[in-house]
Write a protein that binds this ligand. Structure first.
Ligand SMILES: [Fe+2]
Ligand SMILES: [Fe+2]
Length: 168
């Protein structure tokens, strides 16, 4: 059976591939929708980490690493929101620059840390019931409407994309 670590690593690869496909041909007609799909996958992935996978790891003592991950999720979330705003305005060139210059760097630094430090714990530190919940979400879970990650809106550039009333 696939381990939870392998399942979440596979999500990383899938999201990276979607972003790479967009960057390979950002001017293509279907590029914006491909990127929106990759972003939907990344937002859902962040949800499953923050709401299902990380709380028990935090209880098991991984407080510092999780704080770093939450901060990085917030930065990614804000970049995605800004890129979506640019796409909605038809500015695919600026959107691609932001994805290439910022989001890929955030992911390249973030994902290996999770894969090295946190994911190896999932198959041992989580109660069987929590492991099952995580497996079920990976297989068929959906991001709840309106859910926003814990640290979204905390980067300075996000002030206009996350007005105060929009924050959790
Ligand atoms: Fe993450
Ligand atoms: Fe992750």
């Amino acid at each position: 059976m696939t381990t939870l670590a392998e399942a979440l690593e596979a999500e990383h690869r899938l999201i990276d591939e979607g972003i790479e496909r967009f960057l390979a041909a950002p001017a293509a007609d279907d590029a914006p929708s491909a990127l929106r799909n990759a972003f939907a996958g990344l937002r859902r992935h962040i949800y499953l980490e923050e709401e299902i996978a990380f709380p028990p790891l935090q209880d098991a003592g991984f407080v510092g690493p999780i704080l770093v991950m939450l901060n990085e999720h917030g930065k990614m979330w804000d970049v995605m929101t800004e890129v979506e705003r640019l796409l909605a305005a038809g500015d695919v060139t600026s959107a691609a620059e932001l994805v290439r210059g910022r989001l890929t760097a955030l992911l390249a630094s973030h994902n290996p840390k999770e894969e090295r430090i946190l994911y190896p714990q999932l198959d041992s530190a989580l109660e069987p019931q929590r492991q099952e919940a995580l497996r079920e979400f990976v297989a068929a879970g959906r991001l709840p409407d309106g859910w926003v990650c814990a640290r979204a809106g905390s980067t300075p550039a996000a002030s206009e994309t996350h007005p105060a009333g929009d924050r959790r």
